[in-house]
Design a protein around this ligand. Structure first.
Ligand SMILES: C[S@@+](CC[C@H](N)C(=O)[O-])C[C@H]1O[C@@H](n2cnc3c(N)ncnc32)[C@H](O)[C@@H]1O
Length: 249
């Protein structure tokens, strides 16, 4: 079991829909398609797909989508979302480290901080799997937290409004490992400012600097690797909270 596995298997589905916005996903997909110039009818891999917010947006626009996630609840939600949107897509309940696609996709995406869950070696192997999954000339888009921004700007605590109250996230960045340790707490509406709340779960995620992820991608394998600071084309800098790679095989 990797450090955050229990959290993603058990706790994540209880908060994912409150923290992951379908409207943001629609905007991100629009930018990705504009940036990549991918034509309708081509094949897209979304891993991990969560409850399918990006997958559905790709499918709505006429792309053939495969979504992979190891959480059955999230995959079932993605299935229902596809049905409601009257689109079809292939959904696979699988550990993304076991993906064995070969030369199938025109575009592969790994979005919303979905790398860094494993050891550095396993993360590197995961990146290799995306490379293998792509056709020659295919594109890979990765969007995650910018470690260099987090080092200076990670707040000790964050609060997010959720349906039944507030999500309180206690953050700690370990500079010796570059791993972000978070404890996720749920506070009911009636809780006062001093309340700590009920512990939802804990995560431990490796944050990467741009040069580290770039090296892990093995730039010699790709014909082009571009870096952005958000999924809207913002230029990358030490001050952008996000780190986005667009790489062409
Ligand atoms: C932060 S969410 C992002 C989901 C999606 N990309 C989005 O933006 O909505 C991370 C997802 O990774 C999934 N996950 C975590 N570890 C995984 C693994 N080893 N294999 C496949 N999915 C995994 C979780 O179930 C969760 O849905």
């Amino acid at each position: 079991m990797f450090q955050s596995e229990r959290f993603f298997r058990e706790a994540w589905p209880t908060i994912s829909q409150a923290v992951e916005s379908p409207a943001d996903a629609a905007r991100a997909v629009q930018w990705i398609l504009g940036r990549t110039g991918l034509t309708r009818g081509t094949a897209v891999l979304d891993a991990p797909c969560g409850f399918g917010r990006h997958s559905v947006e790709f499918a709505r626009r006429g792309y053939h989508v495969t979504g992979v996630d190891f959480n059955e609840t999230e995959v079932e939600r993605a299935r229902s979302a596809a049905k409601s949107a009257r689109v079809t897509m292939r959904l696979m309940c699988q550990d993304m480290r076991d993906m064995e696609f070969s030369g199938e996709f025109d575009l592969a995406v790994n979005l919303f901080s979905s790398i860094g869950y494993f050891s550095d070696d396993e993360d590197r192997l995961l990146l290799d799997r995306f490379w293998h999954a792509l056709k020659p000339g295919g594109l890979f888009v990765l969007d995650t937290r910018n470690r260099d921004h987090s080092v200076r700007a990670m707040p000790p605590e964050e609060r997010l409004p959720v349906d039944d109250g507030t999500l309180r996230i206690e953050n700690r960045f370990d500079a010796t490992t570059s791993r972000w340790h978070a404890r996720w707490w749920r506070l009911p509406h009636e809780a006062g400012d001093a309340a700590t709340g009920e512990l939802v779960g804990e995560t431990e995620i490796r944050l990467y600097a741009a040069h580290e992820l770039r090296a892990m991608l093995r730039p010699e394998r790709w014909s082009q690797v571009d870096v952005y600071g958000a999924l809207d084309g913002t230029p990358f800098s030490l001050d952008t909270p996000r780190l986005v790679f667009v790489a062409r095989k």
